[in-house]
Write a protein that binds this ligand. Sequence first.
Ligand code: SAH
Ligand code: SF4
Length: 385
Amino acid sequence: MDAGRVNLLGLQPRDLTAQVEQWGGKPFRAKQLLRWVHQRGVGEFSAMSDLAKDFRQQLDARCDIAAPCVVTEQRSSDGTRKWLFDVGNNNAVETVFIPEDDRGTLCISSQAGCTVACPFCSTGYQGFNRNLSTAEIIGQLWHVRRVLDADRGTARLGEGAAEIDPTRVVSNVVMMGMGEPLLNYDQVVGALRLMLDDNAYGLSRRRVTVSTSGVVPMMDRLSQDCPVALAVSLHAPNDALRDRLVPLNKKYPLAELLDACNRYLEFAPRDFVTFEYVMLDGVNDTDDNARELIRVARQVKCKLNLIPFNPFPQSGLKRSSAARVKAFAQRLMDAGVIVTVRKTRGDDIDAACGQLAGDVKDRTRLKERRVRQGDIAIPIVEMRA
Ligand code: SAH
Ligand code: SF4
């Protein structure tokens, strides 16, 4: 894309209005444009039939509607789909669509790589490459919506939506792909606002979830700027273990994190935080860990989501056995904690939470390694809206 050109995908409604006015257009044109681009997923100005022809020509000369380019698309036999998007400099990010009985959830990336470097996460292993722009974040949703619309071959959102099968549309978004969303705050909030805007994607705040490893000051800011559902990657019930598993804990230890969760809940669209807890054999899955976790869970109104670990070679970690997960979950439930265990699906395509890779060049080798390992699965996001 030409440097002087404007990518409309990343513009906030307010900025789009200002831009259109600067070009001599009426403010309502910005609203029309927003609907064409995001709500109807149109990528060509020439197709925007209710805009004057000379305005369309002006747009053509000055603007683009540019999502990141798709490198690969894969489809699991169970309907789970994954896209790898090129974001330049041999970096790529992944986006996963998970159809379920009553909804369709899109898992979106916020950064190429991640600085937090959790030892159980392959995104953490690859280091940090760069923050995605709002256009690159929202572009993942824009692209997938277009694909799903085209596949259905039916009316788009707003036109006979009642007849549309809810599992064939993006009804929920989770910021659980690559990267730490709250370390790319401004660009992520820009994308969240578009997700919620009635003239763009019109998603309910309850159906948009930010997952964070615990960037405390940004949790406070999010509660004020754009409160959406919150998931917190807990993974350990005490500071000593969490310092190792989620190194950001050294900066924002558990007590501060739990306080931040409670502050967030005062403004959140849901009355609980989802705690994510990846089950690592012999590391954080003992009965003692369960006892400590019960104490933690009692301090915040929460639901606990136990995630079977998706292994990858460099981690040196192992998934807890199904029996251990069950026993661990039972202890927590017996203590009154609400627990879900994340289902795994899509093991015939190479994608999983925490296994998302970003280097296009490395991609083939990485894939070979994982296929050989034969333990690939996409966790299903269990949160109910
Ligand atoms: N950085 C954010 C969001 C992206 S990670 C965060 O950490 O919350 C999304 C979720 O996948 C987190 O709960 C993360 O802990 C989990 N995850 C990471 N690696 C995983 C792995 N190898 N197996 C299972 N879950 C993993
Ligand atoms: Fe980053 Fe989240 Fe992976 Fe940790 S789990 S390295 S915070 S993407």
